[in-house]
Write a protein that binds this ligand. Structure first.
Ligand code: SF4
Length: 197
């Protein structure tokens, strides 16, 4: 049975969709349907009530993280609804791990809709330039995909308490250039190893 929520340390991770606005060459879901023994291939996307029910079954978390085998912000309305409820009933930190394509997906700046209910955005920058980004992430938005993620980070850094631009450690990526770009956009920077959350 598919896993909707799984724990890593004191964080409770929510797996609310398998849809994604990228198609990254390094994505774990193309190699394994399980992550840390959790089957993250969903039969169907969970409703608001189903998500709140799995959260209510846990008590050992101080952070909720939207992250799974897909891009949570594709389900923007559900993310906002759950984040608001989590803030209201649990008073814990809310983080979204995202590919940063949400403004392109929804055709508007959605960052203001996250202010006050999201504490941290961890955005996958993944590359220092459009060419590398297209090669690694195979974005359906083409060159606009890289511009889009940079714009998203810049807008988020001005509105959300903590914004981290991250890259996955692959040999062909110039991490120093990525770091310089991340800092210039107003974010902090983090290098992730494969499959690390
Ligand atoms: S954005 Fe994340 S979930 Fe989507 S394909 Fe890339 S690594 Fe996988």
């Amino acid at each position: 049975m598919a896993t909707l929520a799984y724990s890593i340390r004191n964080s409770l991770y929510l797996n609310i969709t398998n849809r994604c606005s990228n198609n990254c060459s390094f994505c774990i879901k193309f190699n394994s349907r399980t992550f840390q023994e959790n089957d993250l291939f969903l039969d169907k996307e969970p409703s608001f009530d189903e998500i709140m029910t799995v959260i209510a079954l846990r008590s050992d978390f101080d952070e909720i993280v939207f992250c799974g085998y897909g891009e949570s912000l594709i389900r923007l309305d559900i993310v906002k609804q759950v984040a608001e409820a989590v803030k209201q009933y649990y008073s814990v930190r809310v983080r979204i791990n995202t590919d940063g394509q949400a403004n392109l997906v929804h055709g508007r700046n959605i960052v203001p809709e996250l202010t006050g209910i999201v504490d941290c955005l961890s955005v996958s920058l993944n590359a220092p330039d459009a060419e590398t980004y297209i090669r690694l992430c195979q974005t359906p938005f083409g060159a606009a995909g890289f511009t889009g993620v940079c714009d998203f980070i810049r807008l988020a850094a001005a509105a959300i308490p903590e914004v981290i631009a991250s890259i996955v450690l692959v040999p062909s990526v110039d991490s120093e250039s990525c770091k310089a770009l991340a800092l210039s956009l107003g974010a902090s920077f983090r290098v992730r190893s494969y499959y690390e959350e």
